[in-house]
Design a binder for this molecule. Structure first.
Ligand SMILES: Nc1ncnc2c1ncn2[C@@H]1O[C@H](COP(=O)(O)OP(=O)(O)OP(=O)(O)O)[C@@H](O)[C@H]1O
Ligand SMILES: [Mg+2]
Length: 438
């Protein structure tokens, strides 16, 4: 055995089994709200599956659609993709169903079974039919080799089928993606590639998945179907439900801000730690290929981490940081505080395009137009820093806005509990305040 082993040629370093590069390109539609529906019901025969669903989908929304088997997720996706139609109104008085896409919006969908592929047709043949000479590149990036080209979707493994389907939509440049369980059968590499691709996708996407970790990683909104109703869940682990179409009236809140570099840093460090642990914990038990794959993964994560470290540490320092859900508000003192000319700056994300609040020692001003929820959280955080930490006595909101005093603040937040009038509410619900001050 030793002699034979000596004859075996060993490659320099084990290469990853295959590399998947996935990129989902968005279309060019400019609408802010890309799709909306109301009074959507669906029954099969006597059995009602969905009842009076409404929703609104905005550019950039990443919706995870979850729910137990058979609750109607695929049915809703088929309604959205136009493969099936909503029931007509139950009576003449009932409002008719509407389902609309904004002008110019293109939609691509992957069904749960065939992932958008045509059964019976070879892999390369169906890509070539659609994408001509881009075929080889597309299939190569999705991890397919020549040996896979003649295979029909029936012959592909579940994971291969999912990858091929994703390669298909990646090339379509759609504004809305409807993906029904794309994560089924995907291995770790493919899952990570999909995660990154969805996060970077600029259009709107609805993904049915049973993978909570995946959903948590990529989604900005969470819809569930329960008791035939489509509901929006307020947050991870939350038990409160909202209405997925709440934004049909009034101004919708934008999706939560993307994770800050610091948050991404934490996640990457955890992931790298896990990969390293696998490498260390199992000496000898990994095949050469597996080990090579883990090493390549650790290397890629390390590179990404270096880039992030650079980004995070280039961000300016802050003096105070308070948590004002869903934001973390940071503040930096500016000017001459000892001489009585102190001001400050409050922000939630170190990003030029993100509105911030400036304090000139008297007045608090937003740097630009701001969504109510974002403004309320930023203002809430700023007031906490001003009154609780910087001991400021009073602050005026904008040029002609209300003046808030430190005493009032403490009374309202309950730090000092006065006998409040009926209907009294604590300050952090500052949204109405904001609106009244323009
Ligand atoms: N064409 C049909 N005719 C009759 N019943 C149907 C039809 N399509 C779906 N159903 C039924 O409607 C219910 C919802 O099906 P659907 O495929 O939407 O569930 P799902 O939430 O996607 O489930 P899963 O998580 O298993 O994919 C199921 O009970 C299913 O049997
Ligand atoms: Mg389904």
């Amino acid at each position: 055995l030793r002699t034979r082993a000596g004859r075996v040629e060993v490659a320099e370093a084990p290469l990853p089994e295959r590399q998947i590069r996935m990129r989902l390109l968005a279309g060019t539609a400019r609408a802010r709200v890309v799709a909306w529906g109301e009074h959507l019901s669906k029954s099969y025969g006597e059995r009602s599956i969905l009842s009076d669903a409404s929703f609104k989908l905005r550019q950039g929304d990443r919706v995870a659609l979850m729910g137990a088997n058979g609750t109607g997720k695929t049915t809703l996706m088929r309604l959205l993709s136009g493969e099936t139609f909503p029931d007509p109104p139950a009576s003449e008085q009932a409002a008719p169903p509407t389902l609309q896409f904004a002008g110019g919006v293109t939609v691509a969908s992957l069904d749960q079974i065939w992932h958008g592929l045509t059964p019976g047709e070879g892999l390369r043949a169906q890509f070539e039919r659609r994408f001509g000479n881009r075929t080889n590149g597309l299939l190569g990036r999705a991890g397919f080799t020549e040996a896979d080209w003649p295979k029909t979707p029936e012959q592909l493994s579940g994971g291969e089928r999912a990858r091929a389907g994703l390669a298909l939509v990646s090339a379509l440049r759609a504004d809305v993606l409807l993906l029904d369980e794309p994560t089924n059968h995907l291995d770790v590499e493919a899952l990570q590639a999909l995660e990154g691709a969805v996060q970077a996708y600029a259009g709107a996407v609805v993904i049915v998945t049973h993978d909570r970790r995946f959903a948590r990683e990529v989604a900005t909104r969470l819809w569930v179907i329960e008791d035939r109703e489509l509901r929006e869940v307020a947050g991870w682990g939350a038990r409160e439900y909202g209405d997925p179409a709440r934004s049909l009236e009034g101004d919708p809140p934008p999706p939560p801000p993307p994770p800050t570099p610091r948050q991404r840093l934490g996640r990457l460090e955890t992931r790298l730690g896990e990969v390293r642990r696998d490498l260390d914990a199992l000496p000898g038990s990994l095949s050469g290929r597996e080990e090579g794959r883990l090493r390549a993964q650790a290397h890629a994560l390390q590179q990404e981490l270096y880039a992030l470290y650079a980004e995070v540490h280039a961000a300016p320092q802050w003096d105070e940081q308070v948590r004002e859900p869903p934001l973390t508000v940071r503040a930096q003192r500016l000017g001459d505080w000892a001489g009585g000319g102190g001001g400050g700056m409050f922000w939630a994300a170190h990003d030029e395009s993100c509105p911030h609040l400036a304090w000139d020692g008297r007045t608090l001003r937003f740097s630009g137009p701001v969504e109510a929820w974002y403004g309320a959280a930023l203002l809430g955080g700023a007031l906490r820093v001003l009154f609780e930490r910087w001991n400021v006595g009073r602050a005026q909101l904008g040029e002609a806005g209300p003046v808030l005093t430190r005493r009032q603040y403490f009374e309202r937040t309950g730090t000092v509990r006065p006998a409040g009038p009926p209907g009294w509410s604590p300050l952090p619900a500052a949204a109405p305040l904001l609106r009244s001050s323009g």
